[in-house]
Write a protein that binds this ligand. Structure first.
Ligand SMILES: NC(=O)c1ccc[n+]([C@@H]2O[C@H](COP(=O)([O-])OP(=O)(O)OC[C@H]3O[C@@H](n4cnc5c(N)ncnc54)[C@H](OP(=O)(O)O)[C@@H]3O)[C@@H](O)[C@H]2O)c1
Length: 240
């Protein structure tokens, strides 16, 4: 079913954009600050399958730091499959920041084969980084930096399929700016309870209730794996 992603059409001017997150049954996306305790074998299959099939992966700066991002596709077999499918060996890693505070000490920036593009208002000091990093200056005075970043990814980096891996702050921006086409959501058979831990979409509330259309629903053991189109319109989605 995930193979069908290849058939999707990118909207004009920006990549076809999907998000993949996991939440507890009561909607929390982190436990004690991290998502790992929620994950399971099925979630990891979808997580890696999506990374294998996209041109680029976007994550918020907090997620990059907290989840200590490294190389995006570690398996040699998966890298070979990407090359055989005409893609780069691994997706372009995309970072966007309004503050300019990029978590440069994460393993991703130390990996010589990693390709990274940083969107920020000022260039960080990238001299000691071993990754192949490109910097794109954002201009908050010229409209939404996120929307501009997605257009740059499509126009200058050839990104047709973009995967957002969260977190809730970035996901909210994508939704509020109508930049997200699909949501892959794993519903973990766990309850986290109330408190400070983040929910799927960060604050403030979206301007209006956003409808989702269920494209498929899988289950494995006690977990549910949901694939939604954002909105109720007829997306150009072909499923196998
Ligand atoms: N369960 C899951 O699947 C999952 C997935 C991901 C993350 N998480 C959890 O979520 C938490 C982190 O999420 P978070 O919401 O705090 O942070 P986040 O979304 O990972 O990162 C937020 C930061 O990203 C940058 N950013 C986001 N939207 C932007 C925009 N429109 N323009 C410019 N910059 C933008 C900003 O960076 P600057 O501050 O540098 O300006 C912002 O402060 C962690 O607990 C993590 O474990 C869970």
């Amino acid at each position: 079913m995930i193979a069908a992603l290849q058939a999707l059409k990118a909207p004009s001017g920006r990549p076809y954009t999907i998000a993949n997150l996991i939440a507890s049954a009561d909607g929390r996306v982190a436990v004690q600050g991290r998502s790992g305790a929620l994950s399971d074998a099925g979630d990891r299959v979808i997580f890696h399958a999506l990374r294998e099939r996209v041109d680029a992966v976007l994550a918020g700066t907090h997620t990059l730091a907290i989840e200590n991002y490294g190389r995006l596709v570690k398996s040699p077999e998966a890298r070979a499959r990407r090359l055989a499918a005409g893609r780069a060996a691994e997706p372009l890693a995309c970072v966007i920041s309004a503050s300019g505070s990029i978590p440069l000490s994460i393993p991703l920036f130390a990996e010589p084969q990693a390709r990274v593009v940083v969107f920020a208002p000022a260039e960080p000091d990238l001299r000691a980084r071993r990754a192949q990093v490109e910097f794109v200056r954002t201009d908050p005075g010229a409209g939404s930096p996120l929307s501009a970043a997605l257009r740059t990814l499509a126009g200058e980096f050839g990104v047709r399929m973009l995967l957002c891996e969260g977190g809730p702050t970035l996901l909210r921006s994508l939704l509020a700016e109508e930049l997200l086409d699909e949501l892959f959501l794993t519903l973990a058979p766990k309850l986290a309870g109330g408190g400070e831990q983040p929910t799927l979409i960060g604050p403030p509330p979206l301007p209006e209730l956003l409808a989702l259309r269920l494209l498929w629903l899988l289950s494995l053991e006690d977990s549910l794996y949901l694939r939604y189109a954002i909105g109720t319109g007829t997306a150009e989605v072909r499923l196998r």
